[in-house]
Design a protein around this ligand. Structure first.
Ligand code: FES
Ligand SMILES: [Fe+2]
Length: 454
């Protein structure tokens, strides 16, 4: 339950100011109740805990691998590595995406690495070859293998699902379908159609912390006041709404275009609007809306300018029915364990956090920007991945623009989180009842996979 808090307007209160009808998915306010228990620091620091995840989490969950556009043509392949597992995804002759364990059935060499296009899946060691659909094709000196039925030696398959333009895999043949696993997610995103967007930016950065510590920094807005003070004039972190659906889906909606309630007396409406849109944003909004400046609300102003900016990229009926919320707010979902897409009609930022091989203290964070390009226009090619190592700040990717400063603030915290967790004397972490409930929800689902009884 939401605990008693200062009398700040809730996200639902802000929705009452919308001038168009508000979609049901934004009106959902699940008010989750997640038991507030302390968590042991070993979850983030101990190799033995990490290895339980390797055995019982990663082989069981649906996990995002790439965009469908990366496997669009027959023969396109891509290798996805997660802890000790290596999965080879291919586009077959009949344009289906299939996935196999990337391990040759002869003497085990990885069949492929990286990505590329290939007519067959041939192991570079002794030349065992499979067709793109995973059936056995040929081997040299086949008479040497009369004791084996080579014709029946198909590559063991991994489940694949496509949703929202993303490709997901699940190594567990008994896993629930993606649809039942993802619960409300496809329904909520029907309106925002990530499948119709292209990748305008993709950054993959190594961070020296446990993968969960990195993921957790993006599922609560409580840290914004201390870590990101420059956004308080236009980010209502304390107005955020936190939701949970079943075991696998949760959400934070952090309103933008309002000053954080705790610091609101420091900022005028004009400052809020200009800090978010850039200088002159408020005047532009007043001109667009054509009402007196002293009557103009900050979210209304920003919504109007955003709609103007997106008019060539979004259909007119989408623009007409879009709420201001969907043009500016951070509407951030998590599909357990590590896929975090933003909803809305603005740039849909999407995160993924993965362990770095078998290292409990290191991970990769992917940041994708999905942008609209207007119906009737040709889909632009997806942006090439920008790789940043653990010592390179996000600001080394100039394409990231002003946002890099915010992400560098997070990336500066994270190795220090890992250091502090290891140094902990209390051996536990505590969390805010409401604003950090998604973290406890995540860990309670993790416990189910790892069979940890509380
Ligand atoms: S290990 Fe692959 S062909 Fe021998
Ligand atoms: Fe942050």
């Amino acid at each position: 339950m939401k605990v008693t808090q200062p009398d700040y307007p809730s996200f639902q209160d802000l929705l009452n100011d919308e001038l168009v009808s508000v979609p049901d998915c934004l009106r959902e306010d699940t008010q989750p109740s997640v038991e507030n228990i302390a968590l042991d620091v070993g979850r983030w620091t101990e190799q033995s805990f990490f290895e339980r995840e390797v055995e019982f989490l990663w082989p069981k969950v649906w996990q995002m691998v790439c965009r469908e556009t990366a496997l669009a043509k027959p023969g396109d392949y891509l290798v996805y590595e997660i802890t000790r597992y290596s999965i080879l995804l291919v586009c077959t002759e009949d344009n289906n995406i299939k996935a196999y364990h990337n391990s040759c059935l002869h003497r085990g060499r990885a069949i492929k690495s990286g990505k590329g296009r290939s007519r067959e899946l041939r192991c570079p060691y002794h030349g065992f070859a499979w067709n793109l659909d995973g059936t056995f094709k040929e081997a040299f000196c086949q008479w040497e293998f009369e004791h084996e039925n080579l014709e029946a030696l198909s590559l063991p398959e991994v489940q694949v699902a496509c949703w929202g333009g993303w490709v997901f895999i699940n190594m567990d043949p008994e896993a629930p379908t993606f649809e039942s696993y993802a619960s409300i997610l496809p329904d909520h995103f029907q309106r925002w159609r990530p499948e119709d967007r292209y990748v305008s930016l993709h950054i993959e950065k190594e961070i020296r912390c446990n993968w969960k510590a990195a993921m957790e920094a993006f599922i609560e807005s409580y840290h914004a006041v201390q870590t990101h003070p420059q956004i308080l004039s236009f980010t209502g972190g304390d107005n955020s709404q936190y939701d949970v659906w079943g075991d696998h889906v949760s959400r934070t909606i952090t309103p933008q275009g309002v000053a954080n309630p705790g610091q609101a007396d420091r900022y005028s409406v004009i400052e809020t609007v200009n800090d978010m849109l850039g200088d002159g944003g408020f005047d532009q909004a007043a001109e667009l809306i054509g009402i007196k400046k002293d009557k103009l609300g900050s979210r209304e102003a920003i919504g109007a300018v955003r709609k103007q900016q997106f008019r060539d990229h979004l259909d007119s009926d989408v623009l007409a029915s879009a709420t201001n919320s969907e043009m500016m707010d951070s509407i951030l979902y998590l599909l357990f364990p590590n896929f975090s897409p933003w909803g809305g009609f603005h740039s849909q930022i999407t995160y993924r956090h993965r362990p770095n091989a078998m290292d409990v203290n290191s991970c990769f964070m992917d940041i994708y920007f999905l942008d609209s390009f207007g119906s009737g226009q040709e889909r632009p090619p997806d942006a090439k991945t920008i790789y940043l190592n653990a010592d390179q700040p996000f600001s080394e990717a100039p394409e990231f623009g002003l946002l890099s400063a915010i992400f560098d603030q997070d990336a500066t915290n994270l190795p220090e989180v890992q250091r502090g967790l290891k140094a902990s004397q209390s051996r536990k972490v505590i969390s805010a009842s409401y604003q950090e409930l998604r973290i406890r929800h995540f860990h309670s689902t993790l416990d189910k996979y790892l069979d940890i009884k509380r």
